[in-house]
Design a protein around this ligand. Sequence first.
Ligand code: ATP
Ligand code: MG
Length: 390
Amino acid sequence: MEHVLIVRYSEIHLKGMNRPYFEKALVNRIRDAIPDPDIAVEREQGRIFVNGLSDENAFGYAERLCKVFGIHSVSPAVSVEKDWNAVVSGSKQLLDRYLATLPGNMHTFKVFARRADKRFPYNSEMICRELGHELLEAFPSLQVDVHHPEIMFGVEIRKNRAYLYCQELEAAGGMPVGTNGRAMLLLSGGIDSPVAGYMIAKRGVCLDAVHFYSYPYTSERAREKVIDLARQISEYSGSMTLHLVPFTDIQLSIYDNCPKAETTVIMRRLMMKIADRIARRTGAQALITGESIGQVASQTIESLTVTNDAASLPVFRPLIGFDKDEIVSYAKRIGTFETSIQPFEDCCTIFVPQHPVTKPSLDRILLSERVVDFEPMIEKAIAGTEQMTF
Ligand code: ATP
Ligand code: MG
C-alpha cells in the first residue's frame, strides 16, 4: 500500500479552454505548499495526485493542502494494485486503522466507488455491493447506512492503480493564487483587513500587504501582531511581502494642522495615497481594505468616497456588505481572530477625534489638506519603509 493524497479541484472545471492553465497553476501551488523533492504531484483526468508520501507525513500534508486555494477537497488515501483481491485486503487494512481512531463502538458506512478505467472487471455498482459485503463481514461493528453514513468509504479505479480512502477533508475552495493578478492589502491589526485579504486571495489574486505604524504611539507588540497576521494570511495566499511604513510624522502633522473632526478621514486618504504608490511600484493592480458600510465614521458612503479619491488604483472592499459578526465568524474560521483581538493599539485608534465628520465633502477636505505640504513626508515615509517577505 502506498500513501497518496487525492486532490479535487473547485471552480477550475468551469474554465473551459483555460483549464490546463489553471490546473498547472494549482500543481505549482501544491508544490509550494509541499516543498519536498521526493514527493511527486501529478495531474490525471480531473484530479491531482500527490505521491511518495509516508504514513507519518500524509495527514499533515493533507491538512496543509486544505489551505491551498483552488482545492475543493483532499482525501488521504492508499493506492493498491488494480486487482480485486488487493482492493479488498487494502480496504480492510485501511478501515481497521481508521476505525481505531474513531470514538464509539458502532459505526455506519457506505462504499462509494468510481471506475475511471472501464477495463476493470467490476463496475462501480458491483464494487459497492461486493466490497460493502466484505467489509460488513470483516467488521462486526459496522452497519450500512446509505443516506447518512458516518464513514464514506471511497474506491477509485484509475489508469494505473486503485485508490482507497475513508475521509474527504473540505478545503478552502476558490482559485489558485497567481491566476488572477496581484493586489496590495492595507493590513491593520484589526479583525477585518485579514479577512478582506483572505477573500481576495481566494479568487486567485497574489497578495502583498502594507501596514502603517506610528512608533512610539504604537508599540513593538502591535507591529509583531501585524507580522503574525501577515504570516497567517500567507499560509493561504502563498509568498507575500509586507511593507511596514513609518507614519508618525504624517499623523502628527495632520493632528497639528488640520481640523480635529477631519483628522481621521485625512489620515485614511494619506494611507491610500502611500499604499497606492507602493502598490504601483510593486506591480499591484488594486488595493484591498477591510471596510464595510457604516461600521465607523470613516466608513460612511461619504467618507469612503473621499478616501477613494486618494487612490488611483481600484479599491476592493470585499467586506462592504458584511455585518461585524459575520466578519468575526469568518476570522475565526480562517484562524486570524485570536491574533486580531490581542489588545494592541493601531495608528487609527490613537488621536481619534471626539466628533469625527461622518459626511465629509471632498472639496472641504482638499482645502484642509492644502495647509500642509505632505509630499516630502510621503516620500520620506516610503523611503523609510521596511520589507519582510513570508
Ligand atoms: P480593521 O479591523 O481591518 O482594522 P476597522 O474596522 O478597525 O478595520 P479602520 O480602522 O477604520 O476599520 O480601518 C479601515 C481599513 O483601513 C482597514 O480594514 C484596513 O484595510 C485599513 N487600515 C486601517 N489601519 C491601518 C494600518 N495601520 N495600516 C494599514 N491599513 C490600515
Ligand atoms: Mg482598525
